[in-house]
Write a protein that binds this ligand. Structure first.
Ligand code: NCD
Ligand code: ZN
Ligand code: ZN
Length: 391
C-alpha cells in the first residue's frame, strides 16, 4: 500500500475513529466545516464524529444531520457515532437500530466523554449492537473509581496535588467489557487506551479470541505526566497523560498489534473553557493536524512501524474496525481513490493560531515537527494541499 517515490510516500487516506467536531451545539470551538478542513489538511479522508454534542447524537435525526452536513462540506467522510444511551445518561439504551437504518447508516456507537458504566446497560448494549452488526466504542473509565473534578494520577500528579483518574478505572472496565463482549458474541472497541495495565488486559483478551480492538492517541504516544509540572491546562485530557513507562508500553503495543489503531480524540475547546485554572479547564486536545507527524516521530523514525505499519494503524485497521469498505485499502486501477501523499521530511513549527481548527488548544505549541500531508485525495478529488484544505 505504501509506495515511496521522490521522497514522498503514498498511503491510503487516513481514517480517524475518534474526533469531536462540536456541531451541533459548540460551533464556537469547531464546526463540521472547520473540523473537516482540519482533517483533510492532516491527511484524513474519513473521520468518526463522537456524539457528545448538544443535542446529543442519540437519534437518527441528529446523526443524519451530521452525515449530510459532512457531505455538503465534502472534504472528508464524516461518519456520525451514535450515542449508546439516551442523552449519554447511561440509563436507557438509545434506538441504535433506527440510527443504523437512517441515511448515515450508523455502525459505531459510543457514549464517549462518559463511560457506559452500568454493567447491565453495557451487556444489553453489546447484545443489541451484535444483532445490528454494529460496534460499541467504550470510553473506559469507571466513574466510581474516578475523583470527579480532576483527571490525573501517578507520582507526579500526586506531588502536584492532582487527584483523579486512576489506572484501575480504565483497566477494570476493559477487563469487564472484554468478558461481556465474549458472552454477547459482540465486538467491542476501547477508546484512547493509556496505561501499561490496559495493554496487558487487551493482550489477555485477544489471546482468548475475544473480538476486542483498541486505539491509542498521538498525544499518549508522545507526552507523559512531566508536562503537568506547570499546571498548564492545555495538557489536561481524558484519560490523563501517564508515566514515561506507560508511553513506552503503548508504543510497543501499537507496533505489535495489541493496540490496533491510532485515533486522535481531536477535542477542540473554546479559549474561555480551556485557558483557565487547571481544575476548571475542560479536558481535551487538538489532534487532526498533528497526528501524522507525531506518529512518524514516535513510531516510524524509531523503527517501531515501517510505512506498511503506518498505513495499517492509521488507515486500514480503523477502516476495518468501523466496517468501511471504500477506505483504508490499496487503490484499484481506474477507481476514484482515497489517498494521501506524505512528505516525511517537511519541517514545520506548530502554532495553534495558524491551525485550521477554530480552537487552538494544541499540546504541541511551538514544537518543531517533521512530516506533512502534501496532498489529500477523496474519491479522486484533491481536498487539501500542503497542510491547507482546498475550500
Ligand atoms: C473529550 C471531549 O472534550 O469531548 N475530552 C477528552 O479529554 N478526551 C471527551 C473524551 O474523549 O473523553
Ligand atoms: Zn473519551
Ligand atoms: Zn473523545
Amino acid at each position: 500500500t505504501a509506495v515511496s517515490g521522490g521522497g514522498n510516500v503514498l498511503l491510503p487516506g487516513l481514517v480517524d475513529l475518534h474526533v469531536h467536531l462540536r456541531e451541533p451545539g459548540r460551533e464556537d470551538a469547531e464546526t463540521i466545516a472547520s473540523g473537516s478542513a482540519a482533517a483533510a489538511a492532516g491527511g484524513f479522508t474519513a473521520v468518526f464524529a463522537m456524539p457528545n454534542t448538544d443535542p446529543v447524537a442519540d437519534t437518527a435525526l441528529v446523526c443524519d444531520h451530521v452525515w449530510r452536513r459532512g457531505r455538503e462540506v465534502g472534504l472528508v467522510d464524516v461518519h456520525p457515532v451514535g450515542a449508546v444511551t439516551v442523552g449519554q445518561k447511561g440509563e436507557r439504551l438509545a434506538e441504535m437500530g433506527i440510527m443504523a437504518a437512517g441515511e448515515a447508516q450508523v455502525r459505531v456507537f459510543s457514549d464517549d466523554g462518559f463511560c457506559v458504566s452500568d454493567p447491565l446497560v453495557m451487556r444489553r448494549a453489546l447484545e443489541y449492537a451484535s444483532g445490528l452488526g454494529a460496534l460499541i466504542a467504550q470510553h473506559a473509565e469507571d466513574p466510581r473509581l474516578t475523583c470527579g473534578a480532576c483527571a490525573h494520577e501517578g507520582p507526579t500528579a500526586a506531588r502536584l496535588g492532582l487527584a483523579g483518574w486512576p489506572r484501575s478505572a480504565e483497566e477494570s472496565i476493559i477487563a469487564r467489557d472484554a468478558i461481556l463482549a465474549r458472552d454477547a458474541d459482540a465486538r467491542v472497541h476501547i477508546c484512547h487506551v493509556s496505561t501499561a495495565g490496559s495493554v496487558s488486559v487487551l493482550r489477555w483478551a485477544k489471546e482468548q479470541g475475544i473480538a476486542i480492538t483498541a486505539e491509542v492517541t498521538p498525544h499518549h504516544l508522545l507526552l507523559d505526566d512531566s508536562r503537568l509540572e506547570d499546571y498548564d491546562p492545555v495538557f489536561k485530557v481524558n484519560p490523563p497523560l501517564r508515566e514515561e513507562s506507560d508511553v513506552a508500553v503503548l508504543r510497543r503495543a501499537l507496533a505489535e498489534g495489541v493496540i490496533d489503531a491510532v485515533a486522535t480524540d481531536h477535542a477542540p475547546h473554546a479559549a474561555h473553557d480551556k485557558d483557565r485554572e487547571f481544575a476548571l479547564a475542560r479536558p481535551g486536545m487538538l489532534g487532526l493536524e498533528t497526528a501524522l507527524p507525531i506518529v512518524l516521530e514516535t513510531m516510524w523514525r524509531p523503527g517501531l512501524l515501517d510505512w506498511r505499519g503506518v498505513a495499517r494503524t492509521m488507515s486500514e485497521n480503523p477502516a476495518k474496525i468501523a466496517g468501511l469498505a471504500d477506505q483504508g485499502r490499496p487503490i484499484e486501477v481506474g477507481e476514484p481513490a482515497n489517498l494521501v501523499v506524505v512528505d516525511p521530511d517537511f519541517e514545520w513549527t506548530v502554532r495553534g493560531k495558524e491551525l485550521t481548527s477554530i480552537a487552538d488548544n494544541t499540546p504541541f505549541e511551538g514544537m518543531r515537527l517533521r512530516g506533512r500531508a502534501v496532498a489529500t485525495v477523496l474519491r479522486g478529488r484533491v481536498t487539501a494541499r500542503d497542510g491547507r484544505a482546498e475550500l
